[in-house]
Each structure stands twice: as C-alpha cells, then as structure tokens.
Design a binder for this molecule. Structure first.
Ligand code: C2E
Ligand code: CA
Ligand code: CA
Ligand code: CA
Length: 275
C-alpha cells in the first residue's frame, strides 16, 4: 500500500506538470495570437420569435493555435482572465464585432461577451466608447453580455457601471441565466435589458413537464420584468415549439444556425433582406 501511495503521488506530480505546461503554452500563445492576427471572431444569429428574422448576432472568439489546433474559449478565456490578457483580447473583439456590425442592416444588433474582470477596470466605458467610434457604430446596436459571477458583486460601484453603460445607449444582458446561485438577486439589483436562459435548461423541455415548467417560469419572470428573453441552445424543432409557446422573445441555437464567419453572416443577412 505504501509503494502504491508513492506511485500515485508521482503520477499526480507528473499530471500537474503537464497541466501547468499547457497553461504556460496557451498563455504565451495567446499573447502571440493577439499580436499576430491569430484570433478571429464568429457570429451566431439570434432570431426574433415575433418576426422570425435575425435581429442580432453574438460575437464569439476563436483561436486556432499554430501547433495545438483550435482551442475552446472555455479553456482560454479563464487563462486570459487570470493573466489579465482578457483586457486586450476583450478590447480586440469589441472593436472587431463593432466593425462587422457596422456593415449589417441597421436593425441588427451585435452582442459581445464581457468578462467580469473587464468590469474591474475604470477605463471600461472609455474602451467601449472608443470601439464604437472607431467602427462608426451607434451605441444602440451594441449589447453586452455579462455572466453572473462572484466577481460581479452586488455593489454600488457595479451598479454605477451598469447604469453608465446604459447611459451610453448600449444594452446589457445577463448571460447564462439560472446557472448561478444569485440570478434572482442580481435581477433585483441590476437593470438588465435582457436575460439569456442557459442552454442547460433546454435539455428535456420537449419531453419532461418539470423541465418545461422551469423554463416557462424563467421566461415569464423576464417578460414580466419587461426584459427581452432569449433561449440559448435551441437545437430541435420540438424545443423551438416549446420556447415559442412559453412566450420567449428570441432564440439562439444550432436549430437556426451555428456560429459562422463574418462573410457568411453578412451573406445570411443580405439574403434575408431580399426575401
Ligand atoms: P456563451 O456566452 O454562453 O456562448 C454560447 C456558447 O454556446 C457558444 O460556445 C456557442 O457556440 C454555443 N452554442 C450555441 N448554440 C448552441 C446549441 O444549440 N447547442 C450547443 N450545445 N451549444 C451551442 P463557444 O463559442 O464555445 O463559447 C463558450 C463560452 O466561451 C461562451 O459561452 C462565453 O462564456 C465564452 N466566450 C466566447 N467568446 C468570448 C469572448 O469574446 N469574451 C468572453 N469574455 N467570453 C467568451
Ligand atoms: Ca454569451
Ligand atoms: Ca450563454
Ligand atoms: Ca456560458
């Protein structure tokens, strides 16, 4: 048993090494990618259930590492947050997304994810203002998606920041609604324009009455608070039918479209215009 324990210990150490090494590789790789056009942005259409047309698109970051291949944002965003690189890449995607949206029809908005870390920086408002100006995009066409998190404490300074953002004319959405333990208190404390119901809630809505009841309650809550409600991760016609029947305002998911590159997004919007 003793030798087994020692073996386990060594194995654990080697595992730690590999994790740390990958982390370091990704950290330097991320800095290189930012400096050398290695990052890209894709867009996922968001469809209105009133008009059945695309009313917005979410900008999502992509990174193809020269040796390791595509790295998921689920892996690299946390590293960017821990190392502070998030400020630079967050500013980069904000500008890239605003520039793309400036070429879209005027009624189509672009949504950009904001890390809670970006909130800690006093120059956030100036960064957003600068990105809009550089792109020539009206503030009313930008939505910022913020995930509830421990970092976004229910504090006066965060409230002031959200109010300042809305003062600029941008919309603010609560992302991944329902996944954290403080979603409801955030709704009371912060003036969100929109809630995006996390895709985990979509899983069995077409087959389980309980799941549907929970989804329906979240949609009603948002609607009753005067917010736009978005169902994320709608993959099937059955899920779409449920979401529609429950009164949701907008949907996003593979059923309509996966995230696509900028040229495809533009073509999709052009095709819709001539329908
Ligand atoms: P998110 O903000 O919740 O973005 C939605 C994620 O769900 C995207 O994954 C999208 O590709 C995926 N998705 C969309 N429709 C469906 C569907 O029907 N089924 C399934 N299974 N998935 C669907 P992605 O692009 O891998 O991004 C993952 C997360 O990484 C995002 O979750 C967001 O939290 C973060 N992220 C991505 N880009 C950025 C960024 O530019 N800045 C920040 N701060 N975070 C980002
Ligand atoms: Ca999002
Ligand atoms: Ca989300
Ligand atoms: Ca998420």
């Amino acid at each position: 048993a003793k030798s087994e324990g020692r073996g386990t210990y060594h194995f654990f150490e080697a595992g730690m090494d590999a994790t740390l090494q990958r982390r370091r590789t990704l950290e330097t790789g991320l800095r290189d990618a930012l400096a050398n056009n290695g990052l890209s942005v894709v867009f996922q259409p968001i469809v209105s259930l009133q008009t059945n047309t695309v009313v917005a698109a979410e900008a999502l970051m992509r990174w193809d590492h020269p040796q390791l291949g595509p790295i998921s944002p689920v892996e690299f965003i946390p590293i960017a947050e821990e190392t502070g690189i998030i400020h630079a890449i967050g500013g980069w995607i904000l500008e890239a997304a605003a520039k793309a949206a400036a070429c879209w029809p005027g009624h189509v908005r672009v949504a950009v994810n904001l890390s809670p870390i970006q909130f800690k920086r006093p120059d956030l408002i100036a960064t957003i203002r600068a990105a809009l100006k550089a792109a020539g995009l009206d503030a009313s066409r930008l939505e910022l998606e913020i995930t509830e998190s421990l970092l976004l404490e229910n504090s006066q300074s965060n409230l002031d920041l959200l109010l300042a953002l809305r003062g600029l004319g941008v919309r603010v959405a609560m992302d991944d609604f329902g996944t954290g333990y403080s979603s409801l208190s955030y709704l009371r404390a912060f003036p969100f324009d929109k809630i995006k119901i996390d895709r985990s809630f979509m899983a069995d809505v077409a087959t389980k009455a309980d799941s549907r009841a929970i989804l329906g309650a979240m949609i009603s809550l948002g609607n009753n608070l005067g917010m736009t409600t978005v169902a994320e991760g709608v993959e099937t016609a059955e899920q779409l039918a449920v979401v529609r029947a429950e009164g949701c305002t907008q949907v996003q998911g593979y059923f309509f479209s996966p995230p696509v590159d900028g040229a495809t997004m533009l073509a999709l919007l052009e095709a819709e215009k001539s329908d």
